[in-house]
Design a protein around this ligand. Sequence first.
Ligand SMILES: [Zn+2]
Length: 433
Amino acid sequence: MFSRILFATFVFATISAQASCIHGTSFLRREVSEEGKVKVSNFGYNKENGPANWAQLEAGNTQCATGKNQSPILLDDTIPKATSRPKVVIADVEEAEFENLGTTLEVIANGTTTFEDKDFALKQFHLHTPSEHRINEEYFPVEMHMVHEGADGSIVVLAVPFQLTEDGSTTQLLTSVIENIDNVTTPGTVTKTGKLEFAELTKALETEALFQYTGSLTTPPCAEGLTFLVMEKPLPLDVKTFNSLKSVMKFNSRFVQNELGKPNVLEVASEAAAKVQCAGPGDKTEVKVDMKADHAGPGDKKTEAKVDMKAGDAGPGDKKTEAKVDMKADHAGPGDKKTEAKVDMKADHAGPGDKKTEAKVDMEAGHQRTSTMSASKTEETDSASQKMETEAKGSKSEETKMEENGKEAGSEQHKVMPAGNKMWRRRRSYKQQ
Ligand SMILES: [Zn+2]
């Protein structure tokens, strides 16, 4: 379990002045200017400012990329339900402040939730679309976060999913919240809600099943150690209210995080990306191949071949590219009946975008034969094998150059490799110099 003291220290140390899920708590005071505007968040959900890059936006956002107990998560029967019930008290109000923070629409609300014998003050509630948590893998059109703060600085978030209804029934609270939404279509603007009545919401929170886990803010700085209580059953929402909300909020849902305690998904992803880059364009894999000539001629002890593999467009998913090259040189040199070379080329991390793998084979034979083979092939799956059979008349002091430059798939000499382990073989001629 997390230490509340440590959490408080951490939050103070890392939170900077930006709007987030804990906007309005003692850690992050609301900033309302004289013109009635609120400060807009510097993070977002698009491109460079999106969840994958939050950690890079500010020094204090490290947890977004490294935290191991990040929210939101997938909620299913592996996540326990709250064993104690919260008591939620929120007084109805004629109106409340309604803000467009650029990253969410937020209502400043006051109330008290008592949970596990401790009081938490409601500071605000805000909305996400689509839902951040998924319940049994299902996402919902809207998720409400009711942000509470304890006297010791600990944070409890009550989260409520909303589901669209076919009969038009809805939760009146949300319809009243957005009564003046036309006044806050621009980030940073503030208006008033309609009359807010909380009975339907508070009753549901006190009676429906609640998932309980210790996670993080779903927005920067992604600080961990806060308690999430997520209602399993969604409240109803009519299409008109939903569309109105969505048109202003756009998209503000962080992607689902790893299982609690597991490495941050961004760390997992960056490791995967690093591996893929190993086999990226321009990447060379060098393989040294020893060729043993059966029945080698006089002085022909060993033939060494160096193979350079270039993975043109390696992509994620392609685990392995295997090329098998069998070369048989009949009558290679005096006494040389056969020269067999087996070349296994394994390119780890080759990808589905791997249109072409180029293999250049330089063979320097003990009997001074140099062969250069350039073979193009197209592979999209693992373990494709290529078998090339070469007839070579080799002799001592003979330099041989074999060249294949066919890069156009489909040409007779440079067929596209079929997926899987099928091999193609053909005889080829080569120039002798
Ligand atoms: Zn939130």
